[in-house]
Write a protein that binds this ligand. Structure first.
Ligand SMILES: *Cc1c(COP(=O)(O)O)cnc(C)c1O
Length: 374
């Protein structure tokens, strides 16, 4: 089990995931061969499978976040209905719908058809009706599709007027005050796995790559690793761990959003939000989001195919596939080595790299294309 310091250890959690950490396995041997050059660091790449962390449908990063939100939901007097928002093919929506069903609560999903690739779809009717939408229907959610904007307050007021007590979860659970705790905990989980894996080199993951959308996955990790650093006693000084969020859409000032969530999270777990967390702790890379959120561009498609063929691993087209593709270019181009030197890693020895698989594969059928007939 993961050992957390106080006050973090006392924050209520509702277990959804398996009691063991999500698996970590080595990843991409062909990739290693391609980058191995004499006198250069050996790059060892690992993947953490948060898509296999829980026995529930569409397993992904939102279950970790929801584990810390559920106690708050259950302590809301008379609560009847969980309400949340997302793009048309939102993974967050499915995970909220599954949790609602399991808790015996109703679920209302406000899904924006302008967010998430419908316009770019070859097959809009398929995009509207398969993938995550289909699963949300199966789970009995009340799905309300809108275009561009909607009035959340009037939806909540409407529910209240019929005697319901709604509980609101913002997009991706990120702006929820407890939304970053799941991944702050995950930082401690990764640290226990680093020990079990007996990594070479620094003995820990020098780089962690993950997709960044609404921000609390990255923000939680940043806050969690900072707390871990602060609570560890002595030891030799190591180059700072690089946690790299690869953005999945072009948005203004995402660094600030991530910092804000990291600070909120930090405040809960015993950090000083202002002095312990700064903008320089937030490292985003904006080169992998392609043409936009949810749009399957040719680079992403190539990465998905390459990873599936070389590893037998399915990434998703909206998040983890873009992040893994971005990581692979970072390794192949030699940029990672140059970056590692800058942070004080010596030339030879091994660099340990982790990529986080955040889930999302159930969106796949929405991206179906018709094979050409012979
Ligand atoms: C929501 C989601 C993300 C992004 O996580 P944020 O915390 O919103 O940044 C990444 N991958 C998958 C599969 C997701 O569903």
């Amino acid at each position: 089990m993961v050992q957390l310091p106080e006050p973090f250890a006392s924050i209520p959690i509702y277990q959804i995931r398996y009691p063991r950490p999500s698996p970590i396995h080595e990843f991409g041997t062909n990739l290693k061969a391609a980058t191995r050059v004499p006198n250069h660091p050996e790059l060892r790449v690992w993947m953490k499978r948060d898509d296999q962390a829980a026995p529930m449908v569409c397993c992904g990063n939102k279950y970790r976040k929801l584990e810390y939100i559920i106690p708050d939901i259950l302590s809301t007097p008379g609560v009847t209905t969980i309400v949340t928002e997302g793009g048309l093919q939102s993974n967050h929506a499915v995970q909220v719908a599954a949790v609602s069903a399991k808790l015996g609560l109703e679920c209302v999903l406000l899904l924006d058809e302008q967010a998430g690739g419908l316009d770019a779809s070859e097959n809009p009717e398929i995009f509207r009706s398969t993938g995550n939408i289909q699963i949300c229907q199966l789970l009995g959610a009340d799905i309300r599709v809108f275009s561009g904007s909607y009035d959340k307050d009037s939806v909540l007021a409407e529910l209240r007027s019929t005697g319901k007590v709604p509980y609101w979860i913002p997009m991706g659970a990120s702006m929820h005050p407890l939304g970053g705790l799941g991944y702050a905990r995950c930082a401690f989980e990764i640290a226990t796995q680093e020990e079990e894996l007996r990594l070479e080199g620094t003995g820990r993951f020098d780089y962690i790559f993950l997709p960044c959308g609404s921000g609390s996955t990255l923000a939680g990790l940043i806050a969690g690793f900072r707390l871990l650093e602060k609570s560890s006693t002595g030891g030799k000084r190591l180059p700072p761990r690089q946690i790299v969020g690869l953005t999945v859409s072009p948005k203004e000032e995402q660094e600030k959003t991530v910092l804000e969530i990291a600070r909120t999270t930090g405040g809960h777990i015993g950090l000083d939000p202002q002095s312990d967390l700064n903008l320089s702790d937030v490292r985003l890379d904006h080169r992998s989001h392609g043409t936009g959120y949810g749009i399957l561009d040719t680079d992403t498609e190539r990465s998905l195919r390459e990873i599936a063929i070389q590893n037998g691993v399915l990434m998703d087209p909206v998040y983890s596939g873009k992040a893994a593709g971005g990581m692979i270019s970072f390794l192949r181009s030699g940029e990672l080595e140059a970056d590692a030197r800058k942070w004080g890693h010596a030339g030879a020895g091994s660099l340990n790299i982790l990529v986080l698989h955040t889930g999302g594969q159930t969106v796949y059928s929405a991206y179906a294309t018709t094979p050409t007939t012979a």
